[in-house]
Structure formats: structure tokens, C-alpha cells
Design a protein around this ligand. Structure first.
Ligand code: SF4
Length: 425
């Protein structure tokens, strides 16, 4: 969501006549868009702000702005941390940045709004033009006990279906092939009588986009109708990112997630049954308050049983202002790290085994660039959301431009996180 917001903001500023510079010392305006979902992200952003304030010190005409989640969370307190800061704009205010820049007044505005202006119609200005995010909702009503998002992004607000369809179609006109529909909880999307599966149907039928993905799903709101739509719609990618967080129902309850590990398992079994070649990824937290060894083992059991294709794995860190911050953070840091290491090792092995099963198979890959490590190879994503590196034949290098093409590739090798392929002759 933050990447998408930055892309939109860039687009709005360019439209107002600003131009981009890669060199902060040349900038008249410096904008730092921020995420505070983890403490580490916040610490880094504040460090970056301190670093950027040197340009304001050297040239008082420079306008230094901090926007997004940290701005929302800390508001005017940021002026105490960095006196050189001019503007602090919360998550509902960032798209009004040009007006604030014109006014040239030092201020903080973190009021949350429910108007549709939080969904600007400006097309995101993307670095990679072949895939794009499209916001369908903002905010969250779930209040998982560890999460800061509902406090900094505000309540759930849904974008109008017609506006989403228009943005997707406009993106296709600038050669975008794949959209990721994003929201904190896409499954609870509603516009009049349309729900999320209806939205997918419309994007599938009424736009020229080639591939559709979405993120993030909440297990408690994932309907049978959604699974059936995923199985049925031709443009849907066979990938489901479904955060589990813990394999222990006791911990899930404490996290206020609204489902048990059994509920989660049922959803996955059903989804795998109905959606051919489904790739499932997840988010996991270890060391949540009161997580005992047996709770952790339940997480390991779930990971083994489901065989996630990959996972984002974290150790719990307290976020000030959340419900969980009131719990005793009673798993020692060393123990959190130990559990995380075991979990990562397990996932790494499972990912490798799953990838090995794809060797010899054909995958449809959207090529989005050259490999960073080997400029003679192309890089792309499979429908299952796996990164695939494809080596050109010796005669092909630089002779054909495959950027933005969807091609058939035979998988010939893999490691835990990457597949390696050859073009089909
Ligand atoms: S669903 Fe839970 S984890 Fe996800 S954004 Fe909302 S509160 Fe945070």
C-alpha cells in the first residue's frame, strides 16, 4: 500500500509541474512516505528523516515533508524530533500535498477522512510499467491485537467499483498486464450490492488486463464464493496469500484474529481442492506474548501440513498503542530468535521441495526485467507468484525484447526462493 501511495503521490506532483530528481541536494521538496507496521521500519524512517534534514539545514528554502503512517502516528510530536520538518501529513492527507506545498505553512494534519478523495484518480507512476497495484479499499476494522494499522490507516473505506474498473482499464492502455488489487482486507470489500468476488468477476470480464492478483486476504472473511471465483476466472493468478500468523488457536484468539487453526486448515484444503496448481503463501509471527513451546510447535505442524510455497516470517515486536502492548512481552528475545530460525529453516526446506516439483513443467511467465545478478537473463513472475530467472540462448541476447511479454518457460532448476527456466522452443 505504501509503494502504491508513493507512486500515486509521484504522479500527482508530476502533474502539478514538479519534476523528479534522484539527488536530494538538488531538491526543492523532499517527501518521505513512511510505514510503521514494524518498529524496525519506524526506526529506519526516523533515521532517514534525520539524515535528510541536512539538506534543509543547508538550504532553508527546501520543504521537508513526512507523510504516511508514521506521520499519522506521531503527528506534531515529529516537530520535536526534527525541528527542520515543515509538513506532517497523515494517511488521509497525503494526496493533498500540492496544496500544502503552495501554502508554505509549517503544519501537521493527521485528520482521517472517509471521503473518496483518499482514492485519487491519478494513475500510479510506476517504475515497472507491466504490473501495478490498484487500491480497492483503505483502512481496517479488525484490530488484530498486535497491529497498528487500524490506528494509523483509520476505518475501512471502500473504493467505488466503477473507479476501480476505470483505473485498471487505463493501466492496460499504458501496457500494464497485471494488477494487484490491494487493501488491508480485500475480502470484506463492498460497494452497494457488489462484494469482492463480484469485483474480481468485473475486472476479469470488463477490462483488458491479462492477470489479476490481490492482497491481503483475511481468513475470517474468505468466502466459498471467492474460492469458486478464483477457480473459474481465466485471468486470476493461482496464488493465495493468506496470513496465518500462528498455528495455535490459543494464540490466534489472543491475537484477535477471529478464526482457529482448524478453520484456517479447512479454507486451505478447500482452496487447494478447487483451484488447480494453487500456490499458498502466508505471514507468521513467533514469540507472541504467552506463546509457549507447544504453541510454537503447532505453528510448525501447520507449516508442515499446509506446505506453504513461501512465508513472511517475523518475531513479535511490540507496537506502542496496540492491545498486545498491554500484554507482558514474556518470550525472551533469544527464544524468539531461536524459534524464528527453526521456522525459517523449515520453510526453506518446504519451499525447495515444492519448487523441485516444478522442474520439467511449463510455466507462464510475465517478463518484467533483466536479472540483477546476470544481465544476460530475463526475470519474471509465474502465475503462482514465483520469481523465475530465464536464460537467453547465446544468439538471443539483446536481439529480442521480451520486456512486458507473457511467455511459456520450461523450469529446469531451482533453489528455495527462485525458479530457473528456459524458453520453450
Ligand atoms: S487485518 Fe489485522 S493484521 Fe491486517 S491490517 Fe487489519 S488489524 Fe492489521
Amino acid at each position: 500500500m505504501n509503494v502504491y501511495d508513493s507512486e500515486k503521490l509521484r504522479s500527482i506532483l508530476l502533474n502539478k509541474g514538479y519534476s523528479l530528481t534522484e539527488r536530494p541536494e538538488k531538491a526543492d521538496v523532499i517527501v518521505l512516505n513512511t510505514c510503521c507496521v514494524r518498529e524496525h521500519a519506524e526506526t529506519r524512517a526516523l533515521g532517514r528523516l534525520a539524515q535528510l534534514s541536512q539538506y534543509k539545514q543547508k538550504n532553508p528554502e527546501v520543504i521537508l515533508a513526512m507523510v504516511g503512517c508514521i506521520a499519522q502516528r506521531l503527528g506534531e510530536r515529529l516537530f520535536e524530533k526534527t525541528p527542520y520538518l515543515d509538513l506532517v501529513l497523515g494517511t488521509s492527507q497525503i494526496f493533498n500535498l500540492p496544496e500544502y506545498l503552495e501554502n508554505k505553512i509549517k503544519l501537521a494534519n493527521v485528520s482521517l477522512t472517509d471521503s473518496q478523495t483518499i482514492f485519487t484518480d491519478f494513475l500510479p507512476k510506476r517504475k515497472n510499467r507491466y504490473t501495478s497495484f490498484v487500491a480497492i479499499s483503505r483502512g481496517c476494522n479488525n484490530f488484530c491485537s498486535y497491529c497498528i494499522v487500524p490506528y494509523v490507516r483509520g476505518p475501512e473505506r471502500h473504493r467505488k467499483l466503477e473507479d476501480i474498473l476505470r483505473e485498471v482499464q487505463l493501466l492496460t492502455e499504458s501496457r500494464c498486464l497485471e494488477v494487484m488489487l490491494v487493501g488491508q482486507n480485500v475480502n470484506s470489500y463492498k460497494d452497494k450490492n457488489f462484494d469482492f468476488p463480484d469485483l474480481l468477476q468485473r475486472v476479469n470480464d470488463q477490462t483488458d488486463i491479462k492477470r489479476i492478483r490481490f492482497m491481503t486476504s483475511h481468513p475470517k472473511d474468505l468466502s466459498l464464493k471467492l474460492i469458486e471465483k478464483m477457480a473459474e476466472l481465466s485471468k486470476m493468478c493461482e496464488h493465495l496469500h493468506l496470513p496465518l500468523q500462528s498455528g495455535s488457536s490459543k494464540i490466534l484468539k489472543k491475537m484477535n484474529r477471529g478464526y482457529s487453526s482448524e478453520d484456517y486448515l479447512d479454507i486451505i484444503k478447500n482452496a487447494k481442492l478447487k483451484i488447480k496448481n494453487l500456490s499458498v503463501t502466508t505471514d507468521l509471527i513467533v514469540g507472541f506474548p504467552s506463546e509457549r513451546q507447544d504453541d510454537f510447535e503447532k505453528t510448525l505442524e501447520m507449516v508442515k501440513e499446509i506446505e506453504f510455497d513461501s512465508s513472511f516470517m517475523f518475531r513479535y515486536s511490540e507496537r506502542e498503542g496496540t492491545e498486545a502492548a498491554k500484554f507482558e512481552d514474556d518470550v525472551p528475545e533469544k527464544e524468539k530468535l531461536r524459534r524464528l530460525k527453526i521456522l525459517i529453516e523449515l520453510q526453506k526446506q518446504i519451499s525447495l521441495n515444492k519448487n523441485k516439483k516444478l522442474i520439467g513443467k511449463k510455466e507462464e511467465i510475465l517478463i518484467d526485467g533483466r536479472s540483477k545478478r546476470d544481465k544476460k537473463s530475463w526475470k519474471g513472475k509465474s502465475k503462482g507468484n514465483k520469481t523465475v530467472i530465464i536464460r537467453d540462448g547465446p544468439d538471443d541476447f539483446l536481439q529480442r525484447n521480451l520486456l512486458g511479454k507473457i511467455v511459456s518457460v520450461k523450469i529446469v532448476d531451482c533453489d528455495s526462493w527462485t525458479l530457473f527456466g528456459e524458453f520453450e522452443k
